[in-house]
Write a protein that binds this ligand. Structure first.
Ligand code: R5P
Length: 286
């Protein structure tokens, strides 16, 4: 990087995004600013930034409520600096509206707590949630990074499958990066952890399939999709997502159902997070 392009901003990684923050700092040639995270004897959280800061980017996914509280504390601890906030995985985004009377619109409640002028998210579940942030919010698409990774696997007649209409845009985005087909399944949710999936108009016989969704939580959606695709005589089945929430026994469920591999990004840092969204975030911050 030339001297004229030297970036003075520093990157702070919250506890949920330590690796990703380091990778973004390395992409940008920026320094990391460290914070300490402590707990008082009664369990309350304490945050303090250890380095001098005047221009910072805070990177913290909000997988748990604890992560959100930590992000709020980080933003406040940086209140004398110029702050951008990156929330690679924004929890609660699935509850972006009222599905039944008297429900909380959780995504709105959470977004309104984020006191920053600029917010970046990655494949937020429902883009309309961006309007709930008081600052300028922008969503990044990591699906092409998944497409690039799939290219390196050299699969047999690969086809991307979205488990529902909602994930259709993701499958299209990843497939177009690779120049291959994509299709969509139709999903009906029966209960909190049960879904029924029916084929639309796909022919997956003798093809390697990548089922792509924005997130895998309990693994229920993917398990149903895997079973359907196996009945249709597909070859290897890869399950891919942007956000590997992977609650409880989701990993076991997916492999038991017949997944060959689970592929995800580091918006949530798990063992399956083999694709980094750091270049995407760094590009947006430049
Ligand atoms: C829902 O619309 C999302 O896009 C995912 O399909 C869903 O959250 C996955 O959840 P689970 O793994 O519990 O089926």
């Amino acid at each position: 990087m030339g001297q004229n392009n030297y970036i003075v901003m520093k990157i702070i990684g919250g506890p949920a995004s330590q690796l990703l923050a380091t990778r973004v700092a390395s992409e940008l040639g920026c320094e990391l600013a460290l914070a300490e995270y402590e707990r008082f004897p009664d369990g309350e959280a304490y945050v303090r930034i250890l380095d001098e800061i005047d221009d910072v980017v805070i990177i913290q996914s909000t997988v748990s409520d604890e992560d959100l509280i930590c992000l709020l504390q980080l933003i406040d601890a940086c209140s004398e600096a110029s702050v951008k906030v990156v929330i690679p995985y924004f929890g609660y985004a699935r509850q972006g509206r009222r599905f039944q009377p008297r429900e909380a619109i959780s995504a709105k409640v959470m977004a309104k707590t984020i006191g920053a002028d600029e917010i970046l998210t990655v494949n937020i579940h429902d883009p309309s949630v961006l309007d709930y942030f008081s600052g300028k919010a922008h969503d990044l698409d990591a699906a092409p990074l998944i497409g690039e990774h799939i290219r390196s696997l050299d699969l047999r007649k690969p086809i991307f499958i979205a488990p529902d209409e909602f994930a259709g845009a993701l499958a299209r985005s990843a497939a177009s990066k690779l120049g291959v087909d994509y299709d969509v399944l139709e999903k009906k949710r029966l209960s909190g952890n049960q879904v029924e999936i029916k084929a639309k108009h796909l022919d997956v016989a003798n093809r390697d399939v990548i089922i792509l969704d924005d997130m895998i939580s309990t693994g229920g959606t993917m398990t149903e999709a895997i079973e359907l695709l196996r009945r249709q005589k597909s070859n290897d089945i890869y399950v891919a997502c942007i956000h590997p929430v992977l609650a409880t026994n989701a990993v076991g469920r997916l492999f038991k159902a017949g997944a060959k591999e689970i592929i995800a990004t580091d918006t949530i840092e798990k063992g399956v997070s083999i694709i980094s969204v750091a270049p995407l975030i760094a590009g947006a911050l430049k």
